[in-house]
Write a protein that binds this ligand. Structure first.
Ligand code: CAA
Length: 260
């Protein structure tokens, strides 16, 4: 895999992925989206990876949106393809079998906010600013923003942000339930790594089943959701990790999970 715009480091089962286009505030151009799709396809099946931390290079921006300069000559059918491509890549991230933590280090605007919303957990620096300013360009969010934001914060708050284009500072993003934690900017990566280290100590298949159970049950009725949960709960009983986890508890020792 040839990655020009993403830096990847895998250490102790944690993959740190840095979006590396600082001169454009890490705006997502077509090449970057292609690289991201290829990378997540490979991380998804990499048994050496148990958790992914995604961040932006530099101290100013996570991602300042889709690349506006690539949009000048697009017509309707090109825009449809562009939107589908971004949505497909973000869906890959959302459905990745490993948890993905967004370490939001600055601006998360437009496609950048949409990218963070596709991750499992958002941890924000106190300098982070979230927004969907597309209407100021005569566009609307096209990488899932109208759908995921409304599901997370409710339609009213989503409409307020999308209609006004205003930015949501980190503390308000926390109050609205977008970010799970806000920390000083120089503590952002250490905080994310601390959480990632806790995650990679757990049973990987159990995490993947829990992730699928939450995702598959989210938009259904409670009854259907409980059925989905029972299905995945039962599946954990087919794994060696479940035997190991339960036995280790009884034997008063730490479990050695193997991901099978
Ligand atoms: N696309 C392309 N280039 C971008 C960019 C973007 N989304 N955001 C910033 N840049 C570039 C700027 O053009 C500039 O490049 P040059 O030096 O070559 O001129 C460089 O990054 C630095 O940006 P600024 O000089 O503007 O930096 P600033 O500190 O004055 O402002 C900012 C920072 C408020 C984030 C401002 O850059 C900005 O408003 N960016 C655009 C944000 C935006 O509208 N995002 C939504 C994009 S549309 C979208 O994402 C659609 C979708 O849902 C799919």
């Amino acid at each position: 895999m040839n990655l020009n715009l993403l830096n990847v480091c895998i250490d102790e089962k944690i993959a740190t992925v840095e979006i590396n286009r600082p001169k454009a505030l890490n705006a997502l151009n077509s090449e970057l989206l292609t690289e991201m799709g290829e990378l997540f396809a490979s991380l998804n099946t990499n048994s050496e990876v148990g958790c992914i931390v995604l961040t932006g290079s530099g101290d100013k921006s996570f991602v300042a949106g889709a690349d506006i300069k690539e949009m000048t000559d697009l017509g309707e059918s090109d825009a449809l393809k562009m939107s589908k491509k971004g949505q497909d890549v973000f869906l890959q991230i959302e459905t990745c079998s490993k948890p993905v933590i967004a370490a939001v280090n600055g601006y998360a605007l437009g496609g950048g906010f949409e990218l963070a919303l596709a991750c499992d957990v958002i941890i924000a620096s106190d300098k982070a600013q979230f927004g969907l300013p597309e209407v100021s360009l005569g566009l609307i969010p096209g990488y899932g923003g109208t759908q995921r934001l409304a599901r997370i914060v409710g339609a009213q708050k989503a409409k307020r942000l999308i209609f006004s284009g205003e930015m949501l500072p980190a503390n308000l993003a926390y109050d609205w339930g977008v970010a799970t934690q806000v920390v000083a900017s120089d503590e952002l990566m250490a905080t994310c790594m601390k959480l990632a280290k806790k995650i990679v100590k757990q049973a990987p298949l159990a995490i993947s089943f829990a992730k699928q159970s939450i995702a598959n049950g989210y938009d259904t009725t409670l009854g259907e959701g409980l059925g989905i949960e029972s299905h995945f709960f039962a599946k954990t009983f087919t794994t060696n990790d479940k035997s190991e986890g339960v036995t280790a508890f009884i034997e008063k020792r730490k479990p050695q999970f193997k991901g099978n």
